[in-house]
Design a binder for this molecule. Structure first.
Ligand SMILES: [Fe+2]
Length: 398
């Protein structure tokens, strides 16, 4: 534990920052008085703690402040100095407040499929999809990515989650809905749930984003005779699948001859993590991967653009580089991590900051061309995604 987060004087200073931030929030934030009361209680506890001793609070509010401080300290070590919405962004105060509000309001109600044939929608054989992720910043880079998405003239728009700082109801219009790609070609819009939406309990996502998109639930299947594009919710329960999603998914992909492509906010694996990181996001679909039923898997969350070679019998693509500033990914990977990588986007704008971008899927019956387009229109990688599923390679590669 970082000594700064257990020093009661530092905790008091952090609470003062949070109280100032809370007072700046719109009066429409209904839980503001309750949050202020919680912060006052936490401040009293920290201010009366013996100085010089490790502060281990009893209250949930003070504990939450401590964990927000710790997360902030960790992020500062990754990418100094501060940039808006980067890993060093002190927007931690907003996130900490949103999490406190979630303690009070709880999570928004989850919407489950009524049956295994529910939440399935037709996908045109010649659909043009734009997939973008971690895009809800409302900042200039998001605007440049939007311009490129509009220039592609997609028929379907799919955001893979994360509206900053905490997907709150006052943030959703400013950083997401009012700034979305607006090409007249767009027929349907979808959004996955992200961890940032859930910091505030998902009220902005379920209450505003889904109705604006006429999307009934946080998971869905778009399908035609050749393809299924299946979006899943890994954020309502952090890095897990809430509700009936797994039963629904297993039922769908074990029928038909379509190639199935998963979309999630969180990654099932990463070359930048320790090799043994292997959570529910991967493990609960591992049987389907082994059976060769999942052709490819696109995700965000990690603010990078990575194209993997076949691993765990699936073609993994990380497209979390939608808008957040990030440094060029390291050329060295954690020891022991043997995930085979085909491409990592390390293009920079100025030598220090990597480009943001998104992915497109152009369907033509059984054919699918995937392009990755950067914020300046450059295409650093493209591929045909229709080749056969190698079931056999799967088991050997594990
Ligand atoms: Fe995320």
């Amino acid at each position: 534990m970082d000594p700064r987060t257990t020093d009661p004087r530092q905790v008091v200073a952090a609470i003062d920052t949070l109280m100032n931030e809370a007072m700046r929030r719109p009066a429409s934030v209904r839980s503001r008085p309750t949050v202020m009361a919680l912060l006052k209680e936490a401040r009293k506890e920290a201010a009366t703690a013996p100085p010089g001793q490790v502060f281990l609070p009893r209250s949930a509010a003070a504990s939450q402040v401590q964990s927000a401080m710790a997360a902030h300290e960790r992020s500062l070590e990754i990418l100094p100095p501060f940039e808006p919405f980067s890993n060093s962004d002190p927007g931690w105060a907003s996130v900490a407040l949103a999490v406190l509000e979630r303690l009070i309001r709880g999570r928004a109600p989850f919407v489950d499929a009524a049956s295994n044939s529910d939440l399935r929608l037709p996908l045109p054989a010649d659909a043009k999809l734009a997939l973008f992720s971690d895009w809800g910043t409302g900042q200039a880079a998001a605007g440049r990515v939007k311009t490129q998405i509009d220039a592609f003239h997609p028929t379907h728009l799919i955001h893979l989650g994360d509206i900053y700082y905490a997907g709150e109801e006052h943030e959703v219009p400013d950083r997401f809905l009012d700034k979305l790609p607006s090409s007249a070609s767009i027929q349907s819009r979808f959004a996955l749930n992200g961890n940032h939406e859930m910091y505030s309990g998902g009220h902005g996502y379920f209450g505003q984003v889904l109705p604006a998109f006429s999307q009934r639930a946080s998971y869905f299947c778009l399908e035609n005779d050749d393809w299924r594009i299946i979006g899943l919710d890994t954020a309502y329960d952090d890095k897990d699948y809430h509700g009936c999603q797994m039963e629904w998914l297993h039922s769908i992909v074990r029928t038909g001859a379509q190639k199935n492509i998963l979309l999630t906010h969180h990654q099932p694996f990463s070359i930048y993590e320790r090799a043994d990181v292997d959570g529910a996001v991967m493990n609960k679909v591992a049987d389907l991967l082994d059976e060769g039923r999942i052709h490819a898997w696109f995700w965000g969350h990690e603010h990078k653009h990575i194209v993997y070679l076949r691993h765990r019998n699936v073609l993994g693509r990380c497209i979390g580089h939608g808008a957040i500033p990030y440094s060029p990914p390291s050329r060295s990977f954690p020891p022991g991590n043997k995930i085979p990588v085909q491409f990592v986007n390390r293009r920079t704008i100025d030598g220090a900051h990597c480009v943001n971008g998104f992915a497109t899927m152009e369907l033509d019956g059984p054919r699918m061309v995937v392009r990755y387009i950067d914020e300046d229109g450059f295409v650093p990688f493209q591929e045909n995604l229709e080749f056969e599923i190698a079931t056999q390679a799967a088991a050997a590669g594990r």
